[in-house]
Design a protein around this ligand. Sequence first.
Ligand code: IDP
Ligand code: MG
Length: 156
Amino acid sequence: MASDNLRERAFVIIKPDGVQRGLVGEIIQRFERKGLRLVGLKMIHITLEQARRQYACHEGKPFYDSLIKFMTSGPSVAMVLEGRDAIALVRKLMGATDPLKSEPGTIRGDHSVDIKHNLVHGADSLESYQHEMPIYFAPDELFDYELALTGWMYYR
Ligand code: IDP
Ligand code: MG
């Protein structure tokens, strides 16, 4: 069931392959069109330390070293999106990790063929949001504002 919190925040990274492939606008547009609004946005080159902190949960897995190398290989775009059930919505719009499982209509389902080069990262729970977002954003880099269209998007 949908929550009453219209201000849940989700953390997303467009990975280096998304920047290299010129898909930054396409990916941001999908989130905006759905009704999520940007409250933070910046281009970053993820450092080794940031990547290790972000992916601490995957340390020791066979793909860990190659994932860290990939994520630090070039510029990425980090963002925070806000809206009802933002975390789950972002994950739905992203699609599954495995290209054979990501449905057409999702970002990964429409644009990626590889389990590693899958264009986007999205924190998958409130706990991971709280762990990951502060690695990249300072509090004054996030914006509180109202959208005039809110009343047309949400039943209250
Ligand atoms: P997620 O990004 O959909 O949450 P996770 O299982 O958390 O997927 O894995 C983190 C990232 O590690 C993936 O997005 C992908 O880039 C990479 N990855 C996951 N599994 C594999 C694998 O089996 N081989 C290579 N890279 C992988
Ligand atoms: Mg994950």
